[in-house]
Design a protein around this ligand. Structure first.
Ligand SMILES: Cc1cc2nc3c(=O)[nH]c(=O)nc-3n(C[C@H](O)[C@H](O)[C@H](O)COP(=O)(O)OP(=O)(O)OC[C@H]3O[C@@H](n4cnc5c(N)ncnc54)[C@H](O)[C@@H]3O)c2cc1C
Length: 414
């Protein structure tokens, strides 16, 4: 393979970067993207602002990885968050680092990132074939043959599958990489939604839209393990979302059952909260209970909590027994919900699961099919929010590109 030819399937974060890096090392690259443009998901990341990496040294970065930490070590050291920043800065995208080491374009526009990648694809000479949906990929002798839905065929020495996961399928990530991987004999770890709301058995629709800060959400998983997250939370029509819920979803998405426990006043011990309630009660003995507890909780949540504690919102404070007050405090410190499941793929920020890691080298090449690579979310790796998932896409893409470029160089030399 003297003049190595590469086909990359998928023009998302991973596929686009991989194609650019390959082309810059003198390799002929064809990028196949089924949408009418590249980077459709990239465009909606970070609420349209694109949190493109987490500004951390590799070791600390890897602590944000939920699945595949060990596998990703090599790729993340090959192309670090610093390299991601440098790549985009060199492409003219000014960046800012915000709270939680989150890196964004200074303009606040994800289009800066997608445009930079598009420009780099063009300038490096990648042949980009849009509206090209890959239906089949096979290896015939030494060559890979890829067939699109309109019957066109693309032949290459190397094939990179960067088709993403299954979440937000409207962006083009419909899980096609999984059947392509299986067609080459690879195993696929069951894909499940991650970074998504937690659906509850209880009807929480009356709380829809209430957002809370500084609360602790814990999950007691069947079998005794407890996971806990402190921070912001948002009630939805069907469950709990917001940062703490999204983080827990990364661990609950493969769990059959769990009890969620919401501590609405984690800064106060049970005793301190009880003392505060007692003081409030003493000050307004003749008031309705709901009007006194309103000082503790937002309006709709106040009524919900009183109901869950088995208390009448209209009861007079002086009629509340010690046992009832105790129940109220216990409920505020531990409002429980039955965890039904994580939300659907349509709402999930990322897919957990994908191409089995054991079947890939640390450079993301198939151990069984030489010249076949996988990059990005299609692999069984995922992480928390905060720029980690895009960095995984960039690092695995760059790992593939470096390995392929090294092989091409060897081939050229002889
Ligand atoms: C709403 C939302 C916000 C997010 N925000 C952030 C964030 O701020 N920071 C962060 O780090 N991560 C974020 N993520 C996650 C991040 O976007 C993904 O992890 C990342 O885009 C994965 O990159 P990828 O290249 O592997 O896959 P994708 O970006 O999904 O790209 C895959 C591409 O392959 C194409 N494709 C699929 N099948 C075929 C086929 N058969 N033929 C041809 N082309 C095909 C698709 O059309 C798509 O363009 C967010 C995700 C969502 C949904």
């Amino acid at each position: 393979m003297e003049n190595v030819k590469v086909t990359v399937i998928g023009g998302g974060a991973a596929g686009a970067l991989c194609a650019v890096l390959l082309a810059r090392s003198g390799i002929a690259v064809t990028l196949l993207e089924k949408n009418e443009k590249t980077g459709k998901k990239l465009f909606i990341t970070g609420k349209g602002r694109c949190n493109l990496t987490a500004d951390l040294p590799p070791r600390e970065f890897l602590e944000g990885v939920v699945r595949g930490e060990k596998f990703l070590r090599s790729a993340v050291w090959t192309f670090t968050p610093e390299d991601t920043k440098k790549f985009f800065e060199d492409e003219g995208v000014a960046l800012v680092t915000e709270r939680g080491n989150r890196v964004f374009p200074a303009s606040g526009k994800s289009s800066d990132v997608t445009r930079a990648l598009d420009r780099a694809l063009k300038e490096s000479g990648v042949r980009v074939e849009l509206c090209t949906e890959v239906k089949k990929a096979e290896k015939k002798g030494e060559k890979f043959l890829v067939t699109s839905s309109d019957g066109r065929e693309f032949s290459s020495d190397i094939l990179v599958v960067a088709t993403g996961g299954k979440s937000y399928p409207s962006t083009g990530s419909t899980g096609d990489g999984y059947y392509l991987a299986r067609s080459f004999g690879h195993s696929v770890v069951k894909p499940v939604p991650s970074l998504v709301q937690l659906l509850t058995h209880e009807d929480v629709s009356s709380l829809n839209g209430i957002s809370l800060k500084n609360v602790t959400l814990s999950a007691e998983v069947k079998g005794g393990k407890t996971l806990s997250e402190f921070g912001e939370l948002l009630f939805t029509k069907r469950g709990i979302s917001g940062p703490v819920a999204l983080t827990l979803s990364a661990h609950l998405n493969r769990v059959g059952g769990a009890t969620l426990r919401l501590d609405l006043k984690p800064a106060l011990t049970h005793e301190k909260l009880d003392a505060r309630v007692l003081r409030d009660f003493a000050e307004r003995k003749n008031a309705d209970l709901k009007n006194v507890t309103r000082a503790l909780l937002p309006e709709r949540l106040n009524l919900y909590v009183l109901r869950r504690a088995g208390l009448s919102p209209e009861a007079k404070v002086n009629a509340v027994t010690r046992e009832e007050r105790e129940r109220l405090v216990r409920t505020v410190k531990g409002l429980t919900f039955g965890f039904a499941s994580v939300g659907p793929f349509e709402e999930a920020v990322v897919t957990s699961g994908g191409v089995e890691l054991k079947e890939l080298t640390p450079k993301c090449e198939s151990r069984s099919v030489k010249g076949l690579y996988f990059a990005g979310e299609v692999i069984d790796c995922d992480a928390y929010t905060g720029g980690y998932n895009l960095q995984i896409a960039f690092s695995t893409a760059a790992a593939c590109a470096a390995d392929i470029a090294a092989k091409a160089q060897n081939a050229r030399e002889g």
